[in-house]
Design a protein around this ligand. Sequence first.
Ligand SMILES: [Zn+2]
Length: 307
Amino acid sequence: MRIADLHCDTISFLQQNDLNLDCNQGQFDLERAVRAGIGLQFFAMFTRPDEPNRTLRMILQQLQKFYQEIEANPAQIQQVRCYDDIMAAERTGTMGALLHLEGAECLGHDLDILYLLYRAGLRSIGPTWNERNQFAAGASEAEAAGGLSKLGRRLVMEMDQLGMVLDLAHMSKGSFYDALEYYRKPVMVTHANAFSLCPHPRNLDDEQLKKLADHGGLIGITQVADFVSQERKDYDAMLDHMVYIADLIGVEYLALGSDFDGADDMIISEVGGYQFLPEMIQNRGFTAAETEKILFANVLYALQQII
Ligand SMILES: [Zn+2]
């Protein structure tokens, strides 16, 4: 089965440690990802929140790293900019790579850099990381959090027009609900789990999950152990989130968002472990057709409407 995964931090990890995508000691490389069946991967560019010009330089360095790796491995991976590119990757059996920006400080205070990065192939943005920035409040702002700023609303509406994925994974609740008002296409929460099973501020509560489904959105189940359970950090605890969310809102809204190379303590510890995931999911009572939806088809369907 082909697998789509909505989030990894591999590009920034490789760029900062001078490593290569084909084979490395981190949590994700092409050798293991191809063997595990990854057919589509979102690759995040990420810096910690900082002054816009400083973050822009770091993001451009990661963009260059992304291009280097795509060009160095044409038989295994190709960049996808539109739905047809994903279909082309399917036909040739290569992995599609969708470029994502996690935390949008580098865009500054107007949208010129957005258009430039769009031309470079950027197709997904999470406006904030955990803190507040010029666009929105992030998940760690807790009680003090607000929602989208005026500029944030413009960003979200422009992303809708351009055909870019809006990722709400790190948003505060206020920003999450605001974004749904201004972005009409299906939104994605690319790496998070269910708050009811694990009360972490990055996880979605039941009301958010229902709203997500109302908007045809997706949640990518993450392997980060802290988001899975406070006690039982094992495969079953991770699969519990899939079962819980499927029961609450339906299997159509479930996807995968590992966060490989984004945290140390992971349930499935590296991408090679994904090869066992189809069987694990089916062993928890999902049919083959439902498993296929979670692994790939739900993501394809959403991207068809977005990019
Ligand atoms: Zn993240």
